[in-house]
Write a protein that binds this ligand. Structure first.
Ligand SMILES: *Cc1c(COP(=O)(O)O)cnc(C)c1O
Ligand code: SF4
Length: 399
């Protein structure tokens, strides 16, 4: 039976999970359910041209100019699934802003750098970045189903010329695995990229089984935006493959409540049923999610689909991304609109990613005074806790 993209036959759909907005059928292409559910179909039919984009949205002159202007510089691609979430008439649509090039990508910003967090500085092999003692990331590909306009690794995932994998993305992982095996302090390997799930299951299994054969590797983590950009990729077969190599964790990247669709909920449900815990990192993005109400709704929606919020990243000053940057004050306003107002474990950690690591930058809820701690709560009420009641210093101890 033909259907409009966005409709779903997902069995787990609950009334609390909003179904994606269905579009006027006259505008968006009608796709048979079988094809809509097949991730390979979406990958083959990704939007990469103005003509294809016009099947989904009314492009504005500024968007067309940005598509042309970024063409030789940054990659562009949108899955039909993610395109179906875009508002056809509203250029400020938060999904659209993440997926359609903007002129801001071409503007020059003070302080912008291609790699402000120093991934390349900490690179030990072609793919392994070793920055923290006990864990590494493995950049296994530069390919993604959608090239997010705000990508922090824009130099690597969407830069047409600058990707280091152009020459180096070979099929041998020996050197990377040897490095990890030779450093038994590495207990945690995070596969990222690009999006690791751009690979077929077989190739991923080669890497994951190689890691599992290293006794010192305790946990394997995957960073993937497929649950958001093309949830159909999270098949039962894929999840069953992961389940053979437990403990495996997956972290994804929802930025806006509009992205929490029935398809996304079903993908998360498949992962959870196979024992893969799912976490989420959000990037604080100007014009997309930089207000308290949107963030509250996002965090609540994540809990409804059983995804645990993990990090809220302050948007780094990355070349081509600076126009999405907010102030830290905006981040504080949002964090203080979450903390205490919603379930404790719905509150992510607000961090700035730097050369020296991810640094928590939320404001504390206490100050130290000679008399003891001074506390404030989520409503701004204050309270002093006497040092005899709650000693600050070890030597003051219980007495
Ligand atoms: C983010 C990151 C990790 C993982 O950090 P966690 O805080 O444990 O999630 C590991 N290595 C690098 C280089 C990273 O950027
Ligand atoms: S999926 Fe992740 S790595 Fe790929 S472009 Fe988006 S944010 Fe960047």
């Amino acid at each position: 039976m033909p259907r409009t993209p966005g409709q779903t036959g997902a069995a787990v759909q609950s009334p609390r999970v909003p179904a994606p907005a269905s579009a006027p059928e006259t505008f968006r292409p009608t796709v048979p359910a079988e094809q809509w559910g097949d991730w390979r179909w979406h990958m083959r039919r990704r939007v990469t041209t103005v003509e294809k984009a016009r099947q989904w949205i009314h492009l504005t002159p500024a968007e067309e100019e940005a598509i042309a202007g970024t063409a030789g510089k940054y990659r562009w691609s949108v899955t039909p699934y993610y395109a179906s979430l875009m508002d056809p008439d509203d250029p400020l649509c938060p999904v659209r802003r993440q997926a359609v090039p903007a002129l801001g990508e071409l503007a020059e910003y003070t302080g912008a750098e291609v790699d402000p967090v120093g991934d390349m500085f900490y690179r030990k092999t072609n793919r392994v970045v070793h920055k923290y003692p006990d864990r590494v990331i493995m950049l296994i590909t530069e390919a993604c189903p959608v090239y997010c306009r705000h990508c922090t690794r824009k130099f690597h995932t969407t830069d047409v010329d600058g990707t280091y994998f152009r020459e180096n993305e070979g099929s041998s992982y020996d050197e990377d695995l040897r490095y990890i095996a030779a450093h038994p302090e590495i207990r945690d390997v995070l596969l990222t990229g690009g999006d690791p799930l751009s690979y077929q299951d077989g190739r991923l299994e080669t890497i994951i089984s190689g890691l599992r054969a290293i006794p010192s590797v305790e946990i394997i983590r995957i960073g993937s935006r497929f649950p958001v950009l093309l949830p159909q990729r999270i098949t039962d077969e894929f999840c069953a493959m992961l389940a053979r190599y437990h403990p495996v964790w997956l972290n994804t990247h929802f930025n806006h409540p509009k992205e929490i669709t029935a398809e996304a909920a079903a993908a998360v449900d498949r992962l959870l049923r196979h024992g893969v815990p799912v976490g989420n990192q959000t990037v604080l993005l100007r014009g997309i999610n930089d207000d308290v109400e949107t963030m509250r709704e996002l965090m609540r929606a994540l809990l409804r689909i059983r995804v645990r919020p993990y990090y809220l990243y302050h948007c780094d000053n990355v070349t081509g991304v600076s126009h999405f940057m907010t102030s830290v004050e905006k981040g504080w306003e949002i964090m203080e609109g979450l903390q205490g107002h919603i379930t404790g474990f719905a509150v992510p950690q607000y961090v700035l990613t730097t050369r020296i690591g991810k640094i928590p930058i939320a404001r504390p809820y206490f100050t130290e005074t000679p008399a003891g701690l001074r506390l404030r709560n989520y409503r701004g009420e204050e309270m002093a806790v006497d040092d005899t009641v709650c000693p600050i210093r070890e030597e003051a101890g219980p007495r």
